[in-house]
Design a protein around this ligand. Sequence first.
Ligand SMILES: Nc1ncnc2c1ncn2[C@@H]1O[C@H](COP(=O)(O)OP(=O)(O)OP(=O)(O)O)[C@@H](O)[C@H]1O
Length: 352
Amino acid sequence: MKEAELLRCQIQEWYPLFKPYTIKTHCHPLSDPFIRYLLGQPDPQSSADHPPRFLLPRPASGHDPLPRTTARIDPTSSLSPLNSDSDSDDDRQSPADAAPSFPDLEDAVNRSITALGGAVLPKLNWSSPKDAAWISSDGSLRCTSFADIALLLRSSDSISHDLSQALTLCSDASLDPPSTAFYLALRKWYPSLRPEMEFRCFVRRRRLIAISQREVTTFYPVLPDRKHEIQPLIERFFNEVVRERFGSEDYTVDVYVTSDERVKVVDFNPWGAFTLPLMFEWKELDEEGFGELGVEFRVIEGRQGVRPGLKTAVPYDYLDTGEGSGWDQFLTRADEELRKQALDIGHNYGDG
Ligand SMILES: Nc1ncnc2c1ncn2[C@@H]1O[C@H](COP(=O)(O)OP(=O)(O)OP(=O)(O)O)[C@@H](O)[C@H]1O
């Protein structure tokens, strides 16, 4: 992967080019102290030791420090910045004192949250903190405060990777890599996105060669039925909107198809490396001639085709998905849920 291709996949780079065709987003530049805070590195100006992993920033005055994500924060713990009395009996520095404060960023973030309707999904240049979603009370990336965002970002290995290792995989990485400017992207939260309507598109030498269902841990009966309608929508969107605007030769683009058949960009990712090929293998996508006869569109065609390992990190072979395993009943319940969701077709997505 070339460095330039990885850099183009940063949200602050592609968002201005695709603004009318994606989720409304505000990008905030991050200061070095905030980046050190996210990485859990001590502030060189402070005498405090390594800050604990879940230390929240001290809120700007007048703001409620309590994150929505209270699940793992024990108010009686000496680690909790909420426990302002924690060191009243001795003169140890309390974690609350050790917690840095970022009032300018906090104010800017709060203004963005309000402007974006009260809830956002946070991400950095490339990644969202999806590996840390478990820490939030509803298991999602929905954030309504600066403390929500700080907790998710600080708990996420994907975010640490963005901050410290993103450029190391580039085949042409310079010995002295350019210092990357980091941004916090806040994206308007959409509560009713239908996972089956998200697709990963594989673009090689500027040609769309393959499309995969994005959420491959579930069989969605609607997909085999509708893939022939969905494919031309995605192909037209790629040809009219994406191909000329995005500068790379090889990349993936995740798109969402709305209930009224508009296509929106969700994210760009580099070709190969950490980007999951989902229903494909990178080896086959890299083969000369793959997709030359037309775009290959793969969805899970039946209940036996789910690929749970990609989400749960459980090896696929360990999972008994056969009849009587209970898995089939689980899917029936999931299908029922889907049918209910399918009734909710009025939602909007994207700018405006
Ligand atoms: N604004 C939003 N509101 C609700 N859900 C969202 C929003 N943006 C993204 N999502 C959901 O979160 C998922 C992850 O988002 P995104 O692709 O931006 O993160 P990522 O960390 O870059 O993921 P990946 O590396 O797998 O592409 C998306 O696939 C989508 O289902």
